[in-house]
Design a protein around this ligand. Structure first.
Ligand SMILES: Cc1ncc(COP(=O)(O)O)c(C=O)c1O
Length: 387
């Protein structure tokens, strides 16, 4: 038998002991209250046809990118998509990465320099933390969505750091594990006051908020206030990949210095054409899907009220609604009960969220029916009474 290192055997055993061992499951047969496919694009068959049309136009068969984008991987579909993204998101330039993880790791490891400071929300996504850890700048967290703590931190850093230190302020416009949003306008004001650079991850806002689903920054007219936005295509867009939106100079810098952009094979033409096809749909008819999604979110909220469940939930107007049930055992068994009833609802365990804040993450979609939503919440009411 092939030997296995002792130290990692111990780590696995510790995870198991904490009932936090994750494994890969396929719940595809259950009713979806868990995926990030908020608008149902991942299951939209009409996109296959549109994608084929886009690919046929170019009359070139290339199944894979064949190299890094800096070598042979930069096919013409990229150029077309990046131009489309820049126009749609009202920004100077867009640079597509292989995933949101890659985009954040690439940006935060390469942009903030030694001596610079990154101030990030304590609940920021792991990809941003990993990027900061790989880079040379110092990172400090501020309390979740707290303008007071952010401003306090800015004051401290401005008084203590060298005069040429840049400060980056980072948040998500919709938090992935809470579904709530910061006061983006307030943050933009602090950003301006302390002469910082504002970076916003819009992974869970794209498709859900803003005209044509362009995101919260555009909904609030804050395009000029941000230095960079990260949009991801694996969530409401239903495909894979991500883009960093910003100036032409930022794009040029990332092409030259973001290692997760440079040292990897590009996305295949098919994936890029598919993303392009979904953006085409956002341009045309997203209002229907988006309107259905928001109707369902409103219905969910009404049912939460009428079943007296409000105190269980973290306040959210997004597609993500979470109720905290402290303890991996508890949240695991709760999710299992939902799955036994035919609903795909997943537990979010520690250490993904802080210990004691384990939760059920319920995602609402445009395609969920009112009956399904009602049933989920009725079950939740029953299950919580029993524990
Ligand atoms: C806020 C946020 N940013 C970035 C990512 C990473 O995106 P991707 O799944 O495309 O790697 C995620 C996904 O989990 C996310 O929730």
């Amino acid at each position: 038998m092939v030997r296995f290192p002792k130290k990692i055997t111990v780590k696995l055993a510790q995870r198991e002991g904490a009932n936090a061992l994750r494994s890969l499951i396929d719940n595809g047969h259950l009713i979806d209250f868990s995926s990030n496919d908020y608008l149902g694009f991942a299951r939209d068959a009409s996109l296959n046809e549109r994608t084929s049309e886009i690919l046929a136009d170019k009359r070139k068969i290339r199944n894979g990118a064949t190299g890094s984008r800096l070598l042979t991987g930069n096919h013409s579909y990229y150029t077309a998509l990046e131009a489309k993204l820049a126009a749609f998101h009202q920004t100077e330039a867009a640079l597509v990465f292989n995933s949101g993880y890659d985009a954040n790791v690439g940006f935060f490891s390469a942009v903030p320099q030694r001596g610079d400071i990154v101030l990030y929300d304590e609940y920021i996504h792991a990809s941003i933390r990993d990027g900061i850890n790989l880079g040379n700048a110092k990172g400090f967290k501020f309390k979740h969505n707290s303008l007071t703590d952010l401003e306090r931190r800015c004051k401290v850093e401005r008084s203590q750091s060298t005069s040429n230190a840049e400060i980056y302020i980072v948040t998500e416009s919709v938090f992935s594990m809470d579904g709530d949003s910061p006061d983006l306008k307030g943050m933009a004001e602090i950003n301006e006051k302390y002469n910082c650079f504002f970076v916003v991850d819009e992974a869970h806002a794209l498709g859900v908020f803003g005209k044509k689903g362009a995101g919260l920054i555009q909904q609030m007219g804050l395009e000029e206030a941000v230095f960079a936005r990260i949009v991801t295509f694996g969530k409401a867009i239903g495909v894979h990949g991500a883009a960093i939106l910003g100036s032409g100079s930022l794009k040029a810098y990332l092409v030259n210095f973001a290692r997760s952009f440079i040292y990897t094979t590009g996305l295949p033409p098919h994936a890029i054409a598919l993303i392009s096809a979904v953006y085409g749909k956002l341009e045309e008819d997203n209002q229907t899907k988006k309107a259905q999604l928001h109707e369902n979110i409103n219905y969910f909220e009404q049912q939460v009220e009428s079943l007296n469940l409000k105190s269980l939930f973290i306040q959210s107007v997004s597609a993500i609604h979470c109720c905290v049930f402290s303890g991996n055992d508890r949240v695991r068994s709760m999710a299992e009960r939902f799955q036994n009833e035919g609903f795909d609802i997943r537990p979010i365990l520690s250490p993904t969220v802080p210990k004691g804040e384990e939760r059920l993450r319920i995602c609402i979609h445009s395609f969920n029916t009112k009956k399904e939503i009602r049933k989920v919440l009725q079950l939740l009411a029953i299950f919580t009474e029993e524990v």
